[in-house]
Design a protein around this ligand. Sequence first.
Ligand code: PRX
Length: 567
Amino acid sequence: MHHFGSYEDRVKSFDWKISEKELEYQPGNVINIGWYCTDRICEMGKANKTALLWEGQGVPDRKYTYNDIRLASNTIGAYLRSLGIGAGDRVCLFMDKIPELYLGFLGVVKIGAIAQPLFSAFGDESLFIRLDDARTKAIITQRKHALKVRKILAQMPYLEHVIIVDHDGKKELKEREKPFSLDNATPVEHLEIHPTTAESPSVLHYTSGTTGKPKGVQHVHYSLISQYLTAKWVLDLRDDDIYWCTADPGWVTGTSYGIIAPFALGVTQCVQDVGFSAENWYRFIEKNKVTVWYSAPTAIRSLMKAGDEIVKKFTLTSLRHLASVGEPLNAEAVHWSNRVFGLPFHDTYWQTETGSIMITNFPGMKVKAGSMGRAFPGIESCVLDLKTYEPITEPGRIGLIAFKPGWPAMMRTYWNNPETYKNKFKNGWYLPGDRSSIDKEGYFWFAGRDDDIINTAGHLVSPFEVESALLEHQAVAESAVVAKPDEVNMEVVKAFVTLKRGFDAGPDLELDIMNFIRKRLSPLAMPQEIEYVASLPKTRSGKIMRRLLRAKEWGEEIGDTSTLEND
Ligand code: PRX
């Protein structure tokens, strides 16, 4: 039995105060994530403990102690303040997984500004839509990504500062661009931490919407209470662990469990900023003696595909606990990891909006391969009938996943979009937009999303965003974008397109359209297939019936199309 005791015991005696107590937080007091992740750990006597082990492509490894990350985040915070950036201002972090991304995040939240991390593979249009919605005041980026910012700068008068962390002194700086190098800056020993309280905004993460623009999910400093305890109990992080979260902080896993939780727990974490390959990953685990590994199903499926032989070339015996998030974790993946690592992957279910893990397999709890596990203690959950929104009591019937609001890391609103936020609730329940059934023992079995959003390799892509971008291509008259099944990525983007007169369907055009989307949006949003059609199926009111096209891709029964028409 695990040293924390049983799941049932923990549910019975649960209170978020457990977390508040461990963090020595009293309601009403100052709570600042940046301080908790750095200064507090140093004050606890761990200033010389390694906080971050970093590996990049073709450059020397880097190692930072807790005192190093305290100083670096102070230095960045002070620099931002010197530019006139302060509490409530949005500061975008637009970088690869380089140390400045992690340290910058902490610096931003230390001064009470709102961190807006964006995936560095985003193209100029994806970037513009999100900066424009947030009215972002500053962006911290790298030379190679600054080019994308330059393209859209004229349309963003509110964006006052473009901070480049790896500026080449020989190159000319363009309008609003400022060089900032941590290596050359004088370390700031004392930074006045902004006295943020529980409800002060901390992080703004953009997530895809089905029918509209991406939504800015707004989190607050109090989220730490959830993130800390879930990481301790679910990821089982302990003082002597070497932790590896493979997620990019452009997405919520990479901030909640790739920055906030591990640093607030004072563990050593490692980050790898090189391309994916099975060899790279196993070598990284071996080299750093990783003990706890938090990853995602697409990566696991890719590792499975690389084969069992390659696993044997490395010493991976340091591994002690494995967890996964972002997409359905198929039972085969769990059996496979049991076979090759001698450990099962523990599934965790949550989303950008929930801010922290909601449904999960605890260490020590029986893992049912293919199930997401049970609700985290303190989380009241059920599934609701798809039509009546009443809780389903019989085991095994599929309904909408529902949570009673009130856990600390729950989003507080969608930025600038209270209406959409309100629509996420029914009869007092928060609906994440997913379907599941619950078995007799309270285990959740994922059954798919309740909307048209595409989950490709664990990343949500909005069909609306891709369709809008497709319409900007000169050859495209109309388009419909749906998910198509894929062995490794689970789903990929497929576009149905009608062409304008005078354009010929053909491989050249297909490639041109694909590249167009890749550059404007991102490699994730790029359609893997384009099918030219004479017309698209529509409802009587003229709405494109995406679900009909999707059903065909998945070989599903289409059934009564009148129900589809009502959507
Ligand atoms: O559809 C669910 C799926 O990913 C969505 C959340 O995506 P995002 O907000 O980008 O956050 C990803 C990482 C927290 C969910 O609404 N999803 C997430 N975890 C699982 C999952 N689907 C099945 N099983 C999971 N464990």
